[in-house]
Design a protein around this ligand. Structure first.
Ligand code: ZN
Length: 254
């Protein structure tokens, strides 16, 4: 199923499931007290939000060979992980705001893993049972600040730097999905999740060894080659096979 989080015309926030006729509303959340209602809301009466509100977003650097090479980096022996704050998360259609602190903000199309249960030191072979599903993510990065600072908190932590959505696909094998990024309809990034250096299960085990993952937390699994700048007025789309298209406009901030 494709799980979405929506704001209704009555200004209520709820989870639902995308069906042919519209969004079937659910009670509770996909993590607790998850129960269908009779209500189906037509697509044009809902506003899609980020499909989860995580307590943390864990990013993984240099997880596709060609992308590591394009930034002049060697492949790591272990996953290189970093955090993006929950306040960076925005939903489909919400603007990516370019801070005036940076003159080089890049798109990074990524497969996003959504954690389904409390996960502490989960073995790779048990990872699948701890994952709710997968969505698309954009690990927006101020490349100039990333190089200048030497660590990545500022470069990857600005508000709006983590678009997620449009839906969480729960029945999906994460291996071998085509992932791409288009800016104003022009193809910028293209790859296959086959080309990840560390696969989803391995990443899940590695991260959950360090920090307990909570329901709704997100692991961004790295980006394929082709990262590049976005500018005010652009429209960025992250497209992942069987998940859908995450589209966001880009605006200038202060
Ligand atoms: Zn990234």
């Amino acid at each position: 199923m494709k799980i979405v989080r929506i704001r209704t015309e009555a200004d209520e926030i709820a989870y639902g499931v995308a069906e042919a006729e519209g969004i079937a509303l659910y009670r509770g959340t996909p993590f607790v007290a998850w129960e269908p209602t009779e209500t189906v809301i037509p697509f044009d009466e809902v506003h899609l939000l980020a499909p989860v509100f995580p307590t943390k977003v864990v990013g993984v650097g240099r997880n596709y060979v060609e992308h590591a090479e394009e930034l002049g980096n060697k492949l790591p022996d272990d996953p290189v992980i970093f955090l993006k704050p929950a306040t960076a998360v925005i939903g489909p259609g919400a603007p990516i705001v370019l801070p005036s602190d940076s003159s080089e903000v890049h798109h990074e199309a990524e497969l996003a893993v959504v954690v389904g249960k409390v996960s502490h030191r989960v073995a790779a072979e048990d990872a699948a049972s701890h994952i709710l599903g997968y969505t698309a993510g954009n690990d927006v990065t101020a490349r100039d600040l990333q190089k200048k600072d030497g660590q990545w908190t500022r470069a990857k932590g600005f508000d709006s730097f983590c678009p997620l959505g449009p839906a969480i696909e729960t029945e999906l094998d994460p291996a071998g999905l085509r992932i791409s990024c288009e800016v104003n309809g022009e193809l910028r990034q293209e790859g296959s999740t086959y080309d990840m250096v560390f696969g989803v299960a391995e990443l899940f085990a590695f991260v959950s060894r360090v920090m307990t993952l909570l329901p709704g937390d997100v692991i961004l699994t790295g980006t394929p080659a082709g990262v590049g700048p976005i500018r005010a007025g652009d429209r960025v789309e992250v497209i992942i096979e069987r998940i859908g298209t995450l589209a966001n406009p880009v605006v200038a901030g202060s």
